[in-house]
Design a protein around this ligand. Structure first.
Ligand code: GLU
Length: 320
């Protein structure tokens, strides 16, 4: 990136892990690149714990993530254990902020209750949108007041935000221009689940906006969520950050790494490698250095350049 030093100052990046399992190599790659992008420009690195879902989040995973980041040498300036001006830094403590922004969407008449069950949504006639996602056909959008009152007696409602025909485009730092029409991709989407938990799509926008995050570096699996998030930025009147979606890491069989691949989670990797060795492998995998060689996170700062980072899928060798 050829930004002048002046515009480079003041970058606020973040790493936003979900404590639903041990970090894996892909999470470490996102954390490393986000951290390097910030540190190479003297910015601020924020750690936000995305423990939004009480059923899937565990405190032990959250503390493990902090410990794994620390082991990698990726230190943060603000985070759950480091109070800063934009706290709290755990989503579980930010419910009131999400409510406020949800109310702003309600005031614009953009929110409606949805009573569709999982079975309704996955029924044979459920249409598929772009990216193979289920597209919500808008069944509950046009319910009358009477129908809503009646359904409310039967089951709790989720809340959806109305989408429209507009084409949403953004310039991704690694993937280039990406455009979607939400009406075709996913239709009206959920911003609050029927159990009252705010949906990731809304929480992440509220958090990044209120925490002043101006650069989001994260896994390529979230690329297709970004138009939904930009739509929310637009409706709430916030300025979207610069987005950089890093390539997905796949195993030698071409499958996406997941939290179930324990062989590549930090628990396993920490037994086999020192932090310097693991960072060397990661840096080589991502295109930062030619061959894996032990290196610290600090030593990678002067070598960091987005132009050298791989844009496509990265295959993790079986030997790792
Ligand atoms: N919490 C999400 C995850 O761990 C990442 C969300 C984001 O970076 O926007 O997959």
């Amino acid at each position: 990136m050829t930004l002048s030093k002046k515009t480079e100052a003041g970058v606020r990046g973040r790493f936003a892990p979900s404590p639903s399992g041990r970090m894996h190599l892909g999470n470490a790659a996102a954390a490393l690149l986000s951290w390097l992008s910030v540190r190479s420009r003297q910015g601020t690195f924020v750690l936000r714990m995305e423990d939004l879902d009480p059923q899937r989040s565990h405190k032990s995973f959250a503390s493990q993530i902090l410990d794994d980041l620390d082991w990698l040498g990726l230190r943060w300036d603000e985070g759950p254990d480091k109070p800063g001006p934009c706290g709290p830094y755990r989503q579980s403590e930010r419910a009131a902020l999400y409510r406020q922004q949800l109310n702003r969407l309600k005031e614009q008449g953009l929110i409606y209750p949805c009573f569709c069950s999982r079975a309704d949504l996955h029924s044979a006639e459920a249409p598929h949108g772009t990216d193979g996602e289920l597209r919500y056909g808008g069944r509950c959008r046009h319910l009358t007041e009477g129908q809503r009152n009646q359904l409310e007696q039967q089951r709790p409602a989720a809340l959806r935000v109305m989408t429209d025909e507009r084409l949403i485009c953004f310039e991704d730092g690694l993937q280039g221009r990406f455009c979607r029409r939400l009406s075709e991709q996913c239709g009206d989407f959920i911003v609050c689940r029927s159990d009252g938990v705010v949906a990731y799509q809304l929480a992440v926008v509220v958090d990044d906006a209120l925490m002043g995050i101006n650069e989001v570096v994260r896994g390529g699996d979230l690329l297709s969520s970004t138009p939904r998030q930009i739509y929310l930025y637009q409706q709430l009147g916030f300025k979207p950050p610069r987005f950089v979606h890093i390539p997905l890491l796949v195993n030698a069989q071409g499958q996406r790494l997941s939290k179930r691949d324990h062989a590549l989670d930090l628990g396993e990797l920490r037994q086999r490698y020192t932090a310097r060795e693991l960072l060397g492998h990661l840096a080589a995998l991502l295109g930062m250095i030619e061959q894996p060689a032990p290196v610290s996170a600090e030593e990678l700062i002067p070598l960091f350049d987005w132009n050298r980072i791989r844009r496509q899928v990265c295959t993790v060798p079986d030997s790792l």
